[in-house]
Ligand binder design. Structure first.
Ligand SMILES: [Zn+2]
Length: 137
């Protein structure tokens, strides 16, 4: 509880990568800035949901990411950095589509990975709040 992180230390290196449960209804998402997202979650999550949200939101170690997805993502971010005019926009759009396709193709692997890295998770395929909704209301 009393674990203090020096903010400056944390800010110096932005932690990014694929993350589980960046949003309550998201299994996997690219996270640009882990710490900023944690701050965001703390700001706008009701107290009784906060512990669960913070427990489940975690970066996936890069070496665990399926190769096909890692590659698509790399191409995608490279293309984004190049985005300058409508011509390149079209290329980026194509690569973006390929990225989402790769994400879908990798889903069985991602679900296995999720099982491994996210124990005791109430994720039911569309939300992390499933068990509470079923039991509570
Ligand atoms: Zn999970």
């Amino acid at each position: 509880m009393s674990h203090k992180i020096t903010r400056r230390e944390e800010m110096e290196k932005v932690k990014k990568g694929f993350a589980f449960h960046m949003y309550p209804d998201s299994l996997i998402e690219w996270c640009m800035d882990y710490d900023a997202r944690v701050e965001g979650i703390k700001l706008c999550t009701p107290k009784d949901e906060l512990e669960l949200r913070l427990r489940l939101f975690k970066l996936i170690p890069p070496e665990k990411i399926p190769a096909c997805l890692a590659k698509a993502c790399q191409t995608y971010t490279q293309a984004l950095n190049k985005k300058k005019n409508w011509n390149t926009y079209k290329i980026v759009k194509k690569i973006e589509d390929a990225y989402y396709e790769a994400l879908e193709d990798c889903m069985p692997e991602l679900l296995r990975l999720h099982e491994e890295l996210c124990p005791d998770c109430p994720w039911n395929g569309w939300t992390i709040f499933s068990s509470e909704y079923e039991e509570g209301k």
